[in-house]
Write a protein that binds this ligand. Structure first.
Ligand code: HPA
Length: 264
């Protein structure tokens, strides 16, 4: 039995399967409280899983219904910078595929590199740049196509839903570094030159694995702070969590609206 099968055998007894899954990033856990008929399992109870030690991240897998849609919610994720190997980071995604997940909404907190973005605000991820320095598919010859990693049709739908709700959402490229230190001013200048609009320390490994497993992906990044050097203010994780809470209301409204869209 491989690691994903072992984890799946424990999880399937505790929570329900679904076609749609959500991964909730730093400070965005409040959405999980909206799930009706919820069933949950703590990551510690799942073989091969680990709970993030980062404040603002819970560690539960939840099934339930939001906006009449059955969902599985990963409330909290582990990160590469916590010292976990890629295989452990993406085990969740492999298990979600076994639970029947075909559509994945990934969310995170990120720093705004694009000067036209407001903070806090939401950014729909149009594409990513992987500068973590590792790839979850190493070890196999998985030459998967990532040309539509963040589904173009779904992006149109998300923008239309945001417009209906009068929530301003920018679209842009998410660049992931390993962290855990925040970037330097020079690195943020480089990100801008490379075409990045936001920086973060997660999401990319999960999306690469989701694409390998044939899922369609929506990515939403909450701009919780201006990236290093944009305003001259020092960066702090406290600010990231507080901004996440400030944008949480819009974030929840938008996700509910996506989940109730016929185009999703
Ligand atoms: N940099 C990297 N990761 C982040 C940031 C940032 O500025 N804000 C939230 N996550």
């Amino acid at each position: 039995m491989n690691a994903a099968e072992k984890a799946y055998n424990v999880i399937k007894k505790k929570i329900d399967g679904a076609e749609t899954a959500l991964i909730l990033g730093s400070g965005l856990g409040a959405l999980a409280d909206e799930a009706k008929n919820r069933k949950e399992i703590f990551y510690e109870k799942i073989p091969g899983f680990a709970k993030s030690k980062v404040p603002g991240h819970s560690g539960k897998l939840i099934s339930g219904t939001i906006a009449s849609r059955k969902v599985i919610i990963m409330s909290g994720r582990i990160h590469y910078y916590e010292g976990h190997p890629m295989a452990k980071l993406v085990l969740m995604i492999e298990v979600l595929a076994k639970m029947g997940v075909k559509k994945l909404i990934v969310t995170n907190a990120g720093g705004a590199v694009n000067r036209s973005f407001k903070v806090p605000s939401l950014m729909l991820i149009s594409d990513h740049i992987n500068m973590i320095g590792d790839n979850p598919l190493i070890g196999g010859a998985h030459f998967i196509d990532l040309s539509d990693a963040y589904d173009a049709e779904y992006r149109k739908m998300v923008k239309a839903e945001a417009k209906k709700l009068k929530i301003q959402i920018n679209e842009g490229v998410y660049l992931a570094f390993s962290g855990p230190s925040y970037e330097t001013k020079a690195e943020i200048r480089m990100v801008r030159t490379l075409g990045g609009d936001a920086v973060g320390m997660s999401t990319v490994p999960e999306v690469i694995t989701a694409k390998k497993l044939g899922m369609t992906v929506i990515g939403i990044s909450c701009m919780t702070n201006y990236a290093c050097g944009v305003t001259g203010q020092p960066l702090s994780h406290k600010e990231v969590i507080e901004s996440g809470k400030m944008i949480s209301c819009d974030f929840i409204r938008l996700i509910k609206s996506i989940l109730s869209s016929k185009k999703f």
